[in-house]
Design a protein around this ligand. Structure first.
Ligand SMILES: Nc1ncnc2c1ncn2[C@@H]1O[C@H](COP(=O)(O)OP(=O)(O)OP(=O)(O)O)[C@@H](O)[C@H]1O
Ligand SMILES: [Mg+2]
Length: 253
């Protein structure tokens, strides 16, 4: 790939005797939606945890952000460097507005940033407005998350990630979990809109249908090991993918 925003080389995570991520090297191309899929327990969340610096005692390998080897940096430093993630369990404040949820996320920066914001709050508010426009949250900006559909709530979660840093790549951990088919489809279209705006993303999901329909490139983990990589067309015809999703393990320890 000519211009990856994020690259891992031989990324490995061990929990005692368990090899949760096994020597994974992959790239996320600039302006692309890259998918990381695989069955439950395959190591997808652990992969993101390692990339974003949450497993300093368990991970080894290299993580390269643009041209910078960032492996070993702390999560808050990586977030500031432009690695932005969401969490598998969506957490929103249910009794304040959507706009306030974004504002709170945008101010959860460094102490220095908060100090600057105190004197120049307009910049933060501008970014919140930008994200509201970008994700089409305008019509629901003054409503509380508890009044929203599950799909809208998930999109607010994406918004919270986008306001919180100078994002170079957005890593989404199963953002469509719990959505019905129509909401999943709508959510996928929203992600494509972000790509059209120039964002780079890594989408984790074990819903092969979603990943195949929205991603440019897809990687599949089974028991921590990368067993298949390719375009949606290539993945549809890959025997490892077919085997894993028919319930026969295509790899592993
Ligand atoms: N902190 C931890 N300590 C020990 N084992 C862990 C830890 N975190 C994850 N694991 C194990 O690592 C493996 C990979 O888990 P992980 O949560 O990354 O899978 P996943 O692909 O995200 O699954 P899901 O689709 O269910 O979210 C599993 O066997 C899990 O039990
Ligand atoms: Mg997971």
């Amino acid at each position: 790939m000519s211009d990856p925003v994020l690259r891992t080389e031989n990324l490995t995570v061990r929990f005692g005797g368990l090899l949760a991520v096994n020597d994974v090297s992959l790239e996320c191309g600039r302006g692309q939606l890259t998918g990381l899929t695989g069955p439950n327990g395959a190591g997808k969340t652990t992969f993101i945890d390692a990339v974003t610096g949450f497993l300093p005692n368990n991970a080894s390998g290299r993580v390269v952000l643009e041209d910078d080897d960032v492996f070993g940096r702390a999560p808050h430093v990586l977030s500031h460097d432009g690695l932005t993630r969401t969490w598998q369990t969506l957490e929103l404040f249910d009794d304040i507005s959507v706009r306030s949820n974004l504002e709170v996320a945008s101010r959860r920066l460094t102490l220095a940033g908060a100090f600057k914001d105190y004197f120049r709050p307009a910049r933060t508010d501008e970014r919140v407005d930008e994200v509201i426009d970008l994700l089409d949250l305008g019509p629901i900006a003054d409503r509380q998350p508890r009044e929203l559909s599950q799909g809208q709530r998930k999109m607010v979660g994406v918004g919270r990630a986008l306001v919180s840093s100078t994002t170079k790549i957005l890593l989404l951990d199963e953002p469509a979990a719990g959505l019905d088919k129509a909401e999943t489809q709508w959510f996928g279209q929203q992600l494509r809109r972000l790509i059209d705006e120039g964002y780079t993303m890594l989408l984790i999901d074990h819903d092969m249908g979603l990943v195949l329909s929205v991603c440019d490139q897809i990687h599949m983990l089974v028991f921590g090991k990368l067993v298949a990589s390719g375009s949606p067309h290539e993945m549809r015809n890959n025997p490892e993918v077919i085997a894993a999703y028919l319930g026969h393990s295509g790899g592993g320890e």
